[in-house]
Ligand binder design. Structure first.
Ligand code: UFG
Length: 329
């Protein structure tokens, strides 16, 4: 039976992958501090080790309990704005601890490593859609921290034979269509859950950050990709690692503006979204859209939730059923 270690497997994207692995009958060990993750997001069949990546003893003991066919690494701080305020915290928590994890994987003979990376490392792109070989220029210490881990993985492959997949997510969104998993951040800063909660009257009106961008309607454009499709991309990438290391950009290849997201939530919920129009948020690129042709062509990835309303629909169903997130029981 295949056996996997998933750091951050109780978090938003990680838990959706763990559910797919468990559904395939794999043995899954989740390593998560539960500072951002949720115990209730870990399926009954998976083993949960509650520990921080900084706890070298716990990490060593967990890896010694292997062997693992692969390590999926999700555990990280992931807020662009926060990283601009606390750069060293991001570089230490993400980059330094990520490198320690890679080192531990090499020592314990782990053959494959899958990294949760980010579109933020492209900064302000020269053009869209953004392919893997576009210019790299991280827009924040968060993006830089992921780039540093990508570079460490390059050398771990060259010099230690650790095969790796660097998966650069664009905007992860939506929720498990089966209804048991969803997005629950504290504080929540992401557009789709905030717009849904504003529509449901659970939050103040959504503030649209900037209406003077060089886009058709003046608001920022992002490539929203369903979290279950991201999970499947990890499985596609894993299969490629039998032959070589890979890097893939993960999005739908279609951009949607903030106003379009609001309109989608209004269609899906059948009620208006109260909105106010504010200033730009520092560091937001006007347009981020992925080219994911490489993973589609090489690894057969085929997103099931390509249109915005179906992504928003799954997110809305989860928010309606779980008004307090995982705290709703
Ligand atoms: N936005 C608003 N109002 C809000 C929140 C967001 O207008 O209250 C806008 C933002 O300005 C942005 C868009 O909605 O244009 C999406 O914002 P999110 O905060 O949901 O997501 P980001 O694009 O800022 O960042 C996300 C992840 C990052 C990742 C990045 C890669 O949170 O970790 O996508 O594209 F690096």
């Amino acid at each position: 039976m295949a056996r996997f270690l998933v750091t951050g497997g109780a978090g938003y994207v990680g838990s959706h992958l763990v559910a797919l692995l468990a559904a395939q009958g794999a043995e899954v060990v989740v390593f998560d501090s539960l500072r951002q993750g949720h115990r209730a997001a870990v399926p009954a069949g998976a083993r949960l080790v509650v520990a921080d990546l900084a706890d070298a003893g716990a990490l060593d003991a967990t890896l010694a309990d292997g062997p693992y066919d692969a390590v999926f690494h999700f555990a990280a701080l992931s807020l662009v704005g926060e990283s601009m305020a606390q750069p060293m915290r991001y570089l230490l928590d993400n980059a330094a601890l990520g490198m320690r994890l890679i080192d531990a994987c090499i020592r314990h003979g782990v053959p494959r490593f899958i990294l949760s990376s980010t579109a933020n490392l492209f900064g302000l792109p020269d053009s869209v859609p953004i392919a893997e070989d576009a210019r790299i220029a991280p827009a924040s210490p968060y993006g830089e921290s992921k780039l540093m881990i990508e570079r460490a993985l390059f050398w771990a492959d060259q010099l230690h034979g650790l095969r790796s997949a660097c998966l650069r997510y664009f905007n992860a969104a939506g929720a498990d269509p089966a209804g048991s998993l969803g997005e629950d951040h504290d504080p929540e800063t992401h557009l789709i859950p905030l717009v849904i909660d504003a529509a449901l009257g659970r939050r103040p009106p959504i503030t649209v950050f900037g209406t003077d961008y060089p886009t058709l309607d003046g608001t920022c454009i992002r490539d929203y990709v369903h979290v279950t499709d991201l999970g499947h991309a990890h499985l596609c990438a894993l299969r490629q690692l039998d032959r070589r290391s890979v890097t893939y950009n993960l999005g739908n290849g279609q951009g949607h503006s903030v106003r379009e997201v609001i309109a989608s939530v209004e269609r899906v919920l059948g009620r208006p979204v109260p909105a106010v129009f504010g200033d730009r948020r520092a560091g937001d690129p006007p347009v981020l859209v992925a080219s994911s042709e490489r993973i589609k062509h090489e690894a057969g990835w085929s997103p099931q939730f390509a249109d915005l309303d179906s992504i928003v629909g799954t997110a809305a169903r989860w928010r309606v059923a779980h008004p307090s997130g995982y705290g709703s029981g």
